[in-house]
Design a protein around this ligand. Structure first.
Ligand code: MN
Length: 185
């Protein structure tokens, strides 16, 4: 189903979007994002034993010349690397284009930052809507013991900038502590 011009309707669940034309699946393993975690000794130790999946997503990314909506479903696995929770790489949007996240399962923190240094954190929990205006780089962090699953819908005009985050990271990290997750600078 689902040429861009055809209406379609699917149940939401990992794997469920695969029946839609143009949807592709991506798996991000630790080796794909090893430089993003703070504890590089922990990264090296884990990679010596294997290469765990950190998150996976199914998405339809329309051409950035396209005015239709792109969408995807992401599942971040539960786990930590040197005490830092599993997370997405994070990115900025180039050009003008907002995004919404709708959390379907799990417990998370959404880290946000602007290019000029503003920063924000919001809670992701089943049933919550998170709105990401243009200009705010965003990274989702799974702080729960279950998968963090969320639907995202973004403007087709968006082109993704992962390089800025790879270079400078996020100003805050989310770390596992005895009493639960803490956000540290
Ligand atoms: Mn985005």
């Amino acid at each position: 189903v689902g040429l861009a011009t055809d209406p379609f309707n699917v149940a939401l669940g990992m794997g469920a979007l695969q029946s839609i034309d143009g949807v592709s699946d991506t798996v991000r393993r630790l080796s794909d994002m090893q430089g993003l975690f703070a504890d590089q000794e922990a990264v090296a130790a884990i990679l010596a034993e294997g290469d765990p999946v950190i998150y996976e997503f199914s998405a339809r990314q329309n051409p950035s010349s396209d005015k239709s909506l792109s969408f995807g479903l992401t599942r971040i696995r539960s786990g930590t690397i040197g005490g830092e929770y599993y997370m997405t790489r994070g990115h900025f949007h180039r050009g003008k284009g907002d995004e919404v996240y709708v959390t379907l399962n799990g417990q998370g923190v959404l880290l946000l930052q602007t290019r000029d240094g503003q920063r924000r954190e919001t809670t992701m929990a089943a049933g919550t809507l998170s709105y990401v205006p243009t200009g705010w780089g965003h990274r989702a962090v799974n702080v729960g013991s279950d998968g963090l699953v969320f639907l995202s819908v973004w403007s087709g005009a968006v082109d993704h900038d992962y390089e800025t985050i790879a270079r400078r990271g996020f100003p805050r990290r989310v770390i596992s502590a005895p009493d639960g997750p803490v956000v540290v600078t």
